[in-house]
Structures are given as structure tokens and as C-alpha cells.
Design a protein around this ligand. Structure first.
Ligand code: NAD
Length: 249
């Protein structure tokens, strides 16, 4: 039997056996935090050992709970500090918070490499979004005139979205840095998260679009990252290598 996140349902996911992954969640009261806490409670092989939000002491919670993985869905400044704290404590980071400055991410990659600590920072944990970027890269090899439109709910703090910035980075690898790839941001009620990559050619247009209809779409990718983080010995800045294979980076 599967739960609403498409994951098999276990008997009692709270019991900690030797193969149970102990997970702490920061931002547990937020939209994404509530969703992933529910997914962790109902998927087998995970124990949700700490739920931390704004008023709590994450360092104390990580030490007291013995968490092996920290999942973070908070706000940019806080997510960056939580990433550093996880690496300092040897806890595998799985970070979904967007808007973390690139210098902070690059420094975290170096520190994780020194400690051979695996983790994932991904702007978008939806499997469909990983495929959208991959398909757009393939299309841009043939239609290099490309622009990105991203649309989110008005509560989103950062613009352009982390997904659109990551998409642009991955497209620049294909079309080169001399060709500008504009990003257009929309913030309106009625959206959760959507992105369209539009590629134009003489007399034709190709659109590759991903729509998040419900935040549960992020759960399979987050659970995959939690499972794999202790096995990879480096900090990945994308989910793609775990979904598509090591070359997708
Ligand atoms: P939200 O505002 O609903 O939740 C954020 C939570 O973080 C709140 O509960 C807030 O109290 C908490 N918080 C703030 N400061 C904290 C602190 N110091 N310690 C602990 N908790 C703290 O936001 P959301 O919609 O859940 O999104 C959270 C982040 O995740 C955003 O950056 C968003 O862009 C990102 N996001 C990423 C993905 C992805 O797939 N990577 C998907 C959706 C959203």
C-alpha cells in the first residue's frame, strides 16, 4: 500500500531500528515543513526525531536527538546558517530553502568535501522539475534562443526563484554565457510554483512547463535525498544526479 506521497506505507515508522534514518526538520511549522513531517511519519524507514521552528534551538535539538539528517525549509539567511551547522556537527544536510547566496553554497561544498559528508541542496525537489531542466537543456542544443517564466504564490520571499536561477545555470552550460537568458517572475494568488522554459526559432516555439499543483510533489525527491545523503560523501547542489545518474551535474 502507498501513502499520498507515492511512498510505501510501513507498520510503525516511529520505531528506531538499525536501518531507520533519524531525521530532524527545521521550519517544521511552515508549509513545506508540515508536508515533509507528515511524509516522514508515514513512510517506512524514517524516524522524525526533532521538529524545530523559529523559537527553538536547532543545535541543541540536533545534539539531543542524534539526528543523522537535517531537512531545512526555512528562510534564506537561516537556511544558510543551518547548512553550516549541520556540516559542523557531521549531520547530513538536505536543504530546500531557496535564495542562499552562491558564496555560502560554494563554501559549504568545500567544507563537506573536507569532511566527506554527503548532503543535498536543491532548489526544487520535484522529480518533474528535474526532468523539465533536463529536457530544456536538450532542447536548447537545437533552439538556443531561450527565456524562463516562473510564477509563484505571493508569500514567496525570493525572486527570481531558486529553480529559475538553477535552470539558467544549467542552460548556460549548453548555450554559452554570451547569450542572455532572461527570467520573468510572476507573484500571484492561484499559483503554488510553476515554471515555463520557452525556446524560440524561426516560425516556431517550444514550451517546456512544470506545474506544482500540490506540495506533496516534493516529498519523493526529499525522501530520496534523505536516503542517499549518507552514501554520497559530497554536497550536491542539485537533485538531478540522484534522479538521472552521476553525469547529470
Ligand atoms: P513558510 O514561510 O511556510 O515556512 C518557513 C518556516 O520557517 C516557518 O514556519 C518559519 O517560522 C520557519 N523559520 C523561520 N526562521 C526560523 C529559524 N530561525 N529556525 C527554524 N525555523 C524558522 O515557507 P515555505 O513555503 O515552507 O518555504 C520554505 C522555503 O522552502 C522557501 O525558501 C521556499 O522557497 C523553499 N521551497 C523549496 C522547495 C524545493 O523543492 N526546494 C519547494 C518549496 C519551497
Amino acid at each position: 500500500m502507498k501513502n499520498s506521497f507515492g511512498e510505501p506505507v510501513g507498520k510503525d515508522t516511529r520505531m528506531c531500528g538499525p536501518r531507520t534514518m533519524q531525521v530532524a526538520v527545521a521550519g517544521a511549522q511552515g508549509r513545506m515543513g508540515r508536508m515533509i513531517c507528515e511524509a516522514l511519519r508515514s513512510a517506512p524507514g524514517f524516524a522524525l526525531v526533532a521538529e524545530v521552528d523559529r523559537e527553538d534551538d536547532l543545535r541543541a535539538a540536533l545534539v539531543a536527538s542524534g539526528a543523522r539528517v537535517l531537512v531545512d525549509f526555512t528562510i534564506p539567511a537561516v537556511g544558510a546558517d543551518h547548512l553550516d551547522l549541520a556540516i559542523e556537527l557531521g549531520v547530513h544536510p538536505v536543504i530546500g530553502t531557496t535564495g542562499i547566496p552562491k558564496e555560502r553554497l560554494d563554501a559549504a561544498v568545500s567544507r563537506a568535501r573536507e569532511k566527506r559528508l554527503g548532503g543535498v541542496v536543491a532548489a526544487n525537489f520535484a522529480i518533474g522539475a528535474v526532468l523539465m531542466i533536463e529536457l530544456a537543456r536538450r532542447a536548447a542544443q537545437h533552439l538556443p534562443a531561450v527565456e524562463i517564466i516562473e510564477a509563484h504564490h505571493p508569500g514567496k520571499l525570493d525572486a527570481p526563484s531558486g529553480t529559475s536561477l538553477r535552470t539558467r545555470e544549467r542552460l548556460v552550460e549548453v548555450v554559452g554565457s554570451l547569450r542572455e537568458i532572461p527570467i520573468h517572475s510572476v507573484r500571484l494568488p492561484g499559483f503554488v510554483a510553476s515554471q515555463e522554459v520557452i525556446l524560440g526559432g524561426p516560425g516556431e516555439r517550444l514550451s517546456i512547463r512544470h506545474d506544482t499543483l500540490d506540495r506533496s510533489c516534493f516529498a519523493p525527491g526529499i525522501l530520496l535525498a534523505i536516503r542517499r545523503a549518507p552514501t554520497i560523501e559530497e554536497l550536491l547542489l542539485d537533485l538531478a544526479p540522484l534522479v538521472l545518474g552521476r553525469d547529470a551535474r
